[in-house]
Design a protein around this ligand. Structure first.
Ligand code: HDE
Length: 717
């Protein structure tokens, strides 16, 4: 409730709030809302309460001594509300701060019963609940989604024998070989200590300084400079467990394993110029895409694949299987598909689930075990430690998103926020309280480590078998298509152009010479740098490794336009038949579309129907779409031709090698945008309804790469 206000400086006849002061208007009336937004409890509307359950009468005004008087300490509701607000944030993750999660399930499609006793791998067709959190690494929680970065691909599978956390990335190798270097790597990529920038970027001196002094990172650098680091969607990227793990059968026999996630809709990335613009147009591009897909019932799906191998394979393999900067080419050791992961439910609450989920690499159920990969061993310490800092209590497993979904019984107790203390008298074992004495060990069912025999001096040593830093970097590079190779060259050139110290630029190029002389030359040329001497290499680069097509995105194109988005720029008077045909073709392809129009209210088509727009043209640039169609009437095209954002819509789509469908009238826009003379086979004129279907089918190729050489300054470099 409120008393009628007075003008500042005016002395009230009677002090408001003083005994006898008249309370005349409600707060809602005073705000002019007429009470519409201030629903009062009753019927289906619950009563607002404090955390203690005390009903609240007024949530609009603090308790004061008189309407214009001082606030009272007695206002418990106010104090509780503000106290809670003040404590709303928990520390963001030191890495992978920006992430997005979703629920789903893992379904086994091929049993691994002969290889592992892990319960989750026994019964074909069985579904196990799962939660996935995707993330970027370097940026803070509020950084944009399309940073050039590795993506985290962390999966928690709630198996019947405990939680299995496969905390992976979308790149199958890592920058460093030993966990002790992780803080240095991360400090180098994060904002510089003195100035606090740049945010969510690797294009700066500190990062490249560290990289140029750490040649083991060069293989990963090839991946991070490739289009893998700017995925179009979290739904269209691969995931990898990276490290070699072990699977153990009932007798404790071990098989080595590497885990792979393969997206059902295929891989797809954006290009750098597009990524930069997406970050401005929609910094939430990836999370929105995931939310929209799941909410509309188009559930993202990945196959789980395993590369299984024994000691004999490990012995003969050209690199050390414990070295996380190396992968095993699929052509040499095929990936066996054993299951699928489906994400079918968005979170109810971002904080409760995505923010509070705590992945720990050491969470493996019986039948899965670690190898001696020194990075994995270090991670097994780090994740538990980080969760205690972040979530503030050893009881973080009591939070529903982290709690196992199988029975649990132990004697761990107390601590902050304890929700599940043991019941009964005994809180220790062994004890003599019989059946009431609580849980007991189970030697048969319980977790057992692989009985590895280890010898060797206690020392800080890097194995000799980890010393080849360039051969697989070269393998990755030569396995790419020319378009992808060009993008890698462009990316390194761009990043080094932001490095201020010429000696650091030069030092990076001195490593590239060992990977591919052509690449080193392109980068040096792009920077206007003299080609330096090659870096001192611990091992010569192997040139006998066969090309691995599986490493390329473009050599493995998706099946079509399914899951992709067409942007339809529409003006008043646009051909209704054509628009409807496009929509039908998009539906048939299991894709989606968004209408962009000069006004958000939409456009009136040639037959008088009104189509609502999802985006006003300024808010819906073509970078948000996989392909675009521009349907305009003569007047509409003239209108677009005079609008700079419409011109950007067309020129960006063209520059980003997108397929462009257009009606004849749109020539006026192309003319003004300077594209009229450049239209190519990727620009498809839509005359009749049948053209609409052809256009959507053609757009399934996703990009018209032939165009790139003609629109890029660096192309001929
Ligand atoms: Fe992580 N990493 N990491 N990491 N990592 C974290 O744990 C760490 C590494 C990865 O969505 C932290 O909960 C060390 C490799 C993902 O919540 C922290 C080392 C790979 C996520 C941590 C590595 C990853 C993290 C920060 C070097 C790919 C996000 C907050 C030995 C296989 C999980 C947290 C999520 C998160 C430490 C290297 C993946 C600090 C010490 C290699 C996907 O514990």
């Amino acid at each position: 409730m409120a008393v009628k206000g007075k003008k500042p400086g005016e002395t009230p006849k009677k002090a408001p709030g003083a005994p006898g002061a008249k309370i005349e208007t409600s707060y809602a009336e005073q705000q002019g809302t007429g009470g519409e937004t201030h629903q009062v409890a009753g019927g289906d509307v619950a009563t607002l309460t404090t955390q203690q359950g005390i009903p609240v009468a007024d949530d609009q005004n603090t308790l004061r001594q008189g309407a214009r008087g001082p606030a009272l300490l007695e206002d418990a509701h106010f104090r509780e509300k503000i106290f809670h607000f003040d404590h709303e944030r928990i520390p963001e993750r030191v890495v992978h701060a920006r992430g997005y999660g979703a629920h789903g399930y893992f379904e086994l499609t091929d049993s691994l019963a002969g290889v592992t006793r892990a319960d989750v791998f026994q019964r074909v067709g069985e579904r196990t609940p799962a939660f996935v959190r995707f993330s970027t690494v370097a940026g803070s929680k509020g950084s944009p989604d399309l940073a050039r970065d590795v993506r985290g691909f962390a999966v928690k599978i709630y198996t019947k024998e405990g939680n299995w956390d496969l905390v992976g990335n979308n790149i199958p190798v890592f920058f460093i070989q030993d966990a002790i270097k992780f803080p240095d790597l991360i400090h180098s990529v994060k904002p510089a200590a003195d100035r606090g920038f740049p945010q969510a970027q690797s294009a700066h001196d500190n990062f490249w300084d560290f990289i140029s002094l750490t040649p083991e990172s060069l293989h990963m650098i090839m991946w991070v400079m490739s289009d893998r680091a700017i995925p179009r969607s979290l739904r269209f990227m691969e995931g990898f467990g990276i490290h070699t793990f072990r699977l153990l059968d009932a007798k404790g026999r071990s098989t080595f394993v590497k885990f792979h996630w393969k997206p059902k809709l295929g891989m797809q990335s954006v290009i750098w110029n597009e990524a930069v613009k997406i970050n401005g147009a929609d910094p939430d591009f990836h999370r929105r895409d995931l939310w929209d897909a799941i909410s509309s019932g188009d559930f993202p799906e990945w196959e789980l694949g395993v590369q299984l191998f024994d000691d004999a394979f490990a012995e003969k393999f050209a690199f050390d299987v414990l070295d996380p900067t190396k992968l095993i080419p699929e052509e040499e050791l095929p990936v066996r598909i054993i299951g699928r992961l489906v994400l079918d439910r968005v979170v109810d609450n971002f904080f409760a689930e995505t923010e509070q989920v705590a992945f720990c690499t050491q969470n493996v159920p019986p039948g899965i075990d670690f190898s001696n990969d020194p990075l994995l061993q270090g991670r097994n310490f780090s994740y538990l430690d980080t969760q205690i800092k972040r979530l503030g209590s050893p009881n973080f497993t009591h939070i529903p998103i982290n709690a196992p979904k199988c029975p649990m019984a132990h004697f761990q107790q107390d601590g902050h926020m304890a929700m599940r203390n043991p019941i009964g008298r005994a809180n220790y074992e062994p004890n003599s309280w019989g059946a009431e004495g609580g849980p007991r060990e189970d030697p048969a069912r319980g977790f057992r480590s692989f009985a590895a025999e280890e010898t060797g001096p206690k020392a800080r040593l890097r194995p000799e078998s980890f010393a080849d830093h360039y051969s697989q970097a070269r393998l990755f590079y030569i396995s790419q298509t020319p378009v992808e190779q060009k993008h890698i060259g462009d990316a390194i050139t761009f990043e080094l152009s932001k490095v201020e110290r010429p000696d650091i630029r030069s030092r990076v190029v001195s490593h590239l010479i060992h990977i591919d002389e052509g690449l080193a030359g392109t980068v040096a040329n792009g920077l206007g740098l003299e080609l330096p001497n090659p870096a001192r290499a611990a091992r010569p680069t192997r040139t006998d490794l066969p090309v691995s097509d599986a490493l390329s995105i473009l050599k493995n194109p998706p099946p079509g336009f399914a899951g992709r988005k067409l942007g339809i720029l529409l003006t008043d008077g646009a051909d209704a038949g054509l628009f409807n045909a496009l929509v039908t073709a998009v539906d048939k392809a299991k894709a989606v579309y968004e209408v962009v129009a000069p006004k958000i209210g939409g456009a009136t088509l040639s037959d008088g129907t009104k189509v609502a727009a999802k985006q006003k043209i300024d808010g819906g640039p073509s970078v948000l779409f996989d392909a675009v169609a521009i349907l305009a009437s003569k007047d509409g095209a003239a209108l677009l031709a005079g609008d700079v954002t419409a011109k950007d819509f067309a020129t960006d789509a063209f520059a980003h090698c997108k397929f462009i469908g257009y009606t004849a009238e749109v020539a006026a826009l192309f003319e003004k945008a300077g594209l009229a003379a450049d239209l190519d086979e990727g620009c498809i004129k839509l005359g009749g309804k049948r053209d609409a279907e052809t256009f959507v089918q053609t757009a399934g190729a996703l990009r018209f790469w032939d165009r790139e050489a003609r629109v890029d300054l660096d192309a001929g470099a």
